[in-house]
Design a protein around this ligand. Structure first.
Ligand SMILES: NC(=O)c1ccc[n+]([C@@H]2O[C@H](COP(=O)([O-])OP(=O)(O)OC[C@H]3O[C@@H](n4cnc5c(N)ncnc54)[C@H](O)[C@@H]3O)[C@@H](O)[C@H]2O)c1
Length: 257
């Protein structure tokens, strides 16, 4: 049985990806620093197959060991494990900067370098990297923005490098999504309302909104798609630079004729 490797599978977007990919018939390998018992149980309750690994994605030896014990040849990899430090550049310590880059960018590299040879040996596959609209725009939290910009650039770079091995690689850039990463901020009613107001579709995303995009990119429907990014953000970055100024400008010109 082919295997889909998912990092950050214990929570949020990684967990939703695991449920979606398991429903396609893949055996899902669930990697998370905290383990992924709840996700494994949820997959199995729906009749899917899962294996769970408690592993830190920044530990190359530990990831190599997991990859040698996968329940099948890896045909899909979803890099989703992530952390955030909500600090501006001059507020960030070197340790905080390194930690965010280590998990969100080097951790992706460590999964790539360990999984790609096995995926190529299995005849190819599809890789989906969870980036962020933070990688496209100024988001205010420098280390996170830098890491996600790195993920976007790395994904583009690898498309040509991996194509000869039958491997496609793309990213998904979520907007604001309910998950463990922002449970604290979104539980603040003022922040939640302001965030929702900044999203043209007027709702905060759910992990499954992102998992649906991942399922598309991972699957045969995206067979001619590689090296690109799919933004799933309710339209947030289509309007973020204008905000209310767009409405003001429109009514000014309407008034002035
Ligand atoms: N939630 C959002 O609004 C949002 C927006 C854009 C991008 N993202 C990205 O989506 C991805 C998934 O995050 P989420 O929102 O589901 O948050 P989440 O906190 O619910 O899930 C992240 C998971 O990553 C795991 N993790 C953290 N460090 C790890 C490590 N060193 N090794 C292994 N696992 C580790 C955590 O244990 C957790 O289960 C992240 O890359 C995040 O940056 C999230």
């Amino acid at each position: 049985m082919d295997c889909a490797v998912i990092t950050g599978a214990g929570s949020g977007i990684g967990r939703a990806c695991a449920l979606r990919l398991a429903a396609t018939g893949a055996t899902v390998a669930l990697l998370d620093v905290n383990g992924a018992a709840g996700t494994r149980q949820a997959v199995e309750e729906k009749g899917g197959k899962a294996a769970e690994f408690a592993v830190d994605v920044t530990d190359d030896d530990a990831v190599a060991s997991v990859v040698s014990r996968l329940p099948g040849p890896p045909r899909v990899l979803v890099n989703a494990a992530g952390v955030i430090v909500r600090k501006k550049l001059l507020e960030s310590t070197v340790e905080e900067w390194r930690r965010v880059l280590d998990v969100n960018l080097t951790g992706y590299f460590i999964l790539l370098r360990n999984v790609i040879p096995a995926m190529a040996a299995a005849g190819g596959g599809s890789i989906v990297q969870i980036a962020s609209i933070a990688g496209h725009t100024g988001y205010g939290f420098s280390s996170y923005t830098a890491a996600k910009g790195g993920v976007l650039a790395l994904t583009r770079q690898l498309a040509a490098e991996l194509a000869p091995q039958g491997i496609r690689i793309n990213s998904v850039s979520p907007g604001v999504v309910h998950s463990g990463l922002n449970r604290d901020t979104l539980s603040n009613e003022t922040i939640r309302a302001a965030t929702q107001d900044a999203i043209p579709l007027r709702r905060i995303g759910e992990p499954d909104d992102i998992a649906r995009a991942v399922e598309f990119l991972a699957g045969p429907g995206a067979g001619f798609v590689t090296g690109t990014d799919l933004v799933a953000d309710g339209g947030m970055i289509s309007t973020i630079h204008w905000g209310n100024a767009g409405d003001e400008l429109h009514s000014f010109h309407t008034r002035e004729g």
